[in-house]
Design a protein around this ligand. Sequence first.
Ligand SMILES: [Zn+2]
Length: 278
Amino acid sequence: MANMIMRFPGGLPKALTLSYDDGVEQDERLIEIAEQNGIKGTFNLNSGAFAKEDVVYEPGTIHRRMSRSRVKEVYKNSSWEIAAHAYTHASLVGLPGNIATYEILQDRKELEETFGTFVRGFAYPYGAYDDASVEILKNCGICYARTVHSTHDFHLPTDWLRLPATCHHADPELMNLAKRFAEIKDWWDPMLFYLWGHSYEFEQFDNWGVIEEFCGYMANREDIWYATNIEIYDYCNAFSQLIFNTDMNMCKNPTSRGLWFSYGEKDVYVPAGNTVTF
Ligand SMILES: [Zn+2]
């Protein structure tokens, strides 16, 4: 048998996504920089910790959460995904089960009301998680949850509820990893570059240049799919539902989206709801 490799939409071999936490004012500038370069991702928000509508911060305050109306305005017209990050930013580890459930579900519910959308992603506050938190997230209908582990590689996650990143934006290896990712041609696996951080850190360390350089370098590449976290999850999940015959020359796509893979030398596209021979 030949090797089979999942491809992203359009038959692309690579995907890039960002993940930024807390809903702070600096997200607005981050959206601008990323979107200028065709890049997007996911914002992880705490809907029980939005700032008061009339908030005025002390001069020099770096961590400036936005109010609900500002949050709505800033993200609603962007192409980014909204995900949960616990209602009050409490660490799930150590909380009684009912309270951890509330932290997740109430955040999900209020974000869904605010944005009129489905909220199915999560980032662990403080990166803290255990087996009990994973079970609760599953019961709350959360599909993936980001940790703060860095892999320094480009494999798709094997466990979406303990999702590691490629790296944080302050990682000294950032641009080396970006170059490796961009330059690799024939990898034997679909490749994902997953970057995370907090946008207030760019103000704190006066280094907006880090994300400008990264986005500028990664922009406009023909082999990269620029996606949100949930778009990547949904694509992989749909792909796992493909049905193949034993001779491995016929494939049925029971899902509602087009799917791509390569099999040996062949590039195969299976339209939604269709069966193809290859
Ligand atoms: Zn946070």
